[in-house]
Design a protein around this ligand. Structure first.
Ligand code: G4P
Length: 538
């Protein structure tokens, strides 16, 4: 048991801010991350965010896939100090395809910053990620980016938040023009204008001149029609009269909105300053009926991501844990609550691209990468008490199915080993047919087709196992259980020809169904069965 004092825990927890930046590809997530690091004084890191984006393909085989498709498959955590706070930014992959990986990362954060390209408004991927955050009640801060380019009218952008996403919006600052006429922002809380100077490339902190909106210097700087329009808009906003309600922000019902330009450092510092003030510290997490407080002295954490072969030089496996309570100390012994076994957490790392740094201690809200061949699965709980089981990782029903053929008999062992690892990491799910005769050709399910692509690419790159994918035409998986009493192995639902019965890795019965129409008749035919679109717990 740790000797941590409650004062230390309170202090450390209250100064932590753990969040993800969510956006549609190209809205400016990488740039904003880099600028946050710049203001956080982590300059070396800032350079490497871009370097990482540009050089990904050189670092490991399967990351080539990221380059080919311009996506980021892996995610990393960046930690830096800013003012009195310890800031953790969890990187979410930003590709267009639905991938469970991104969603799992979002279970490990306490807030999100949503970057919107102000020229385009809300785009599809932003909407999906927003939905996941909202379902979890995560507070969302909005950054309207790229005001240095022609943007949609700011009132329209706010309307979009309300009509497209269904969240109330409260602008904390307001843009003074857009495109070449963008001259700064008006801080609505302080009633001050921040005028910016453009710096070439935006490499340094942009100088900021602060003044009152009625000052002649401000009028002179702005085009007369921009000035009039801004005054009109500000009056409109004041007239709407809504107060800023922090409670609604914490509940995920209201999003504070900031305007700016990440590339030019316009409005970035204001966003970061207000974010650390307004965003909540690590939240309690649920274990069954109980709520585990972050300041509880007993250590607890959950695994939200597992990844093997992150670094080809190391060829090892990293399990990422989000700390929920207590103090993490290197070499501590904890209970892996799914197996009941004691585990020593000796090789704990903070990872940044290819650099690793040992983590000696960490608190709620922090993320540590545990290196080694632990028997962890995504969603597992590590804790000093046997009873804790966090249920943080949502289970998504797969919608794509395929058989994976091993292309070379001689490499069957590698194929098996590689697939076993990918299943452990949750890259795809396996289903077992009820009759298992004939050669072993695994039947796999995924939420999006990208997951199959990642699987094949990684099997080839990391295990030298060439595979062939045979797509299957089912579109729905339904978990089946008798409404009354135990479901015995011999109990089987009524089937039509095109429905296939399989079992998931926990032995639960699953029906694979081709179409919505078949799904309807299948459900009607089986009134004694629970037909669930969510996997049953193990
Ligand atoms: P992402 O991570 O969300 O995919 O976006 P990223 O930051 O990589 O930004 C996408 C592109 O948008 C980049 O241009 C970036 O420079 C640009 N960008 C980001 N913020 C702003 C902004 O405030 N104003 C303007 N005008 N552009 C911005 P690129 O051409 O793809 O790359 P680069 O050569 O500029 O690095």
């Amino acid at each position: 048991m740790s000797s941590v004092s409650s004062a230390e825990l309170k202090r450390e927890v209250s100064r932590r801010r753990s969040f993800a930046i969510i956006s549609h590809p190209d809205a400016g997530k990488t740039t904003l991350t880099e600028k946050f690091l710049l203001y956080g004084g982590a300059l070396n890191l800032a350079g490497s965010v871009t370097a990482r984006k540009n050089q990904r393909a050189t670092t490991s085989d399967w990351m080539e896939l990221e380059k080919q498709r311009g996506i980021s498959v892996s995610s990393t955590v960046l930690q830096f100090d800013y003012k009195d706070c310890v800031v953790n930014i969890l990187d979410t992959p930003g590709h267009k395809d639905f991938s469970e990986d991104t969603y799992r990362v979002l279970t490990a954060v306490d807030a999100a910053v949503m970057v919107v390209d102000a020229g385009k408004g809300i785009e599809s991927q932003t909407r999906k990620l927003f939905e996941v955050c909202r379902r979890r009640g995560v507070p969302i801060f909005t950054f309207m980016n790229k005001l240095d380019r022609p943007a949609r009218p700011p009132l329209e952008l706010l309307d979009d938040l309300e009509s497209v996403l269904g969240i109330d919006a409260f602008p904390l600052n307001w843009p003074l023009g857009d495109g070449p006429r963008f001259k700064g922002v008006y801080d609505r809380e302080k009633g001050q204008v921040h005028l910016f100077e453009r710096t070439p490339g935006g490499a340094f902190r942009a100088p900021v001149a602060v003044s009152d909106i009625s000052e002649p210097a401000v009028r002179e700087k702005l085009d007369p029609d921009v000035y009039d329009q801004v005054c009109e808009e500000l009056e409109l906003l004041e007239g709407a009269g809504a107060d800023f309600d922090l409670g609604a922000v914490s509940a995920g019902e209201l999003t504070p909105v900031f305007f700016g330009s990440a590339a030019n450092n316009f409005g970035v510092q204001m966003l970061l300053d207000r974010f650390i003030e307004l965003a909540p510290p690590p939240a309690p997490r649920r274990s069954g009926e109980a709520s585990v407080e972050p300041t509880s002295p007993d250590f607890s954490a959950f695994v939200f991501k597992i990844q093997a072969n992150m670094n080809p030089k190391h060829r090892d496996r990293v399990s990422f844990i989000r700390i929920v309570s207590g103090k993490f100390e290197r070499d501590m012994n904890v209970i892996h609550t799914r197996t009941g076994e004691k585990v020593r957490l000796s090789n704990s790392m903070r990872l940044f691209a290819q650099d690793r740094e040992t983590v000696d201690d960490a608190y709620a809200g922090d993320v540590a990468g545990l290196v080694g061949n632990h028997d962890f699965l995504i969603g597992d709980t590590l804790s000093s008490s046997k009873e804790l089981v966090f249920d943080e990782i949502p289970r998504f029903p797969p919608e794509c199915f395929a058989y994976l053929h091993n292309a070379s008999t001689a490499k069957f062992k590698r194929f098996r080993a590689g697939l076993a690892q990918m299943l452990k990491e949750g890259v795809v799910t396996e289903f077992r047919p009820l009759d298992t005769t004939g050669a072993y050709v695994p039947l796999l399910g995924a939420v999006g087709p990208l997951q199959f692509e990642v699987l094949q690419h990684r099997l080839q790159g990391e295990y030298d196992a060439e595979t062939r994918l045979e797509h299957a035409s089912w579109g729905f998986a339904r978990w089946m259980r008798k409404k009354e009493g135990e479901t015995r192995p011999e109990d089987l639902p009524e089937l039509s020809m095109d429905v296939k019965l399989v079992r998931d890795i926990h032995g639960h019965l699953v029906a694979l169904i081709p179409s919505e129409w078949t799904l309807g008749t299948f459900t009607e035919k089986n009134p004694d069965w629970i037909v669930s679109d969510v996997p049953f717990p193990p």
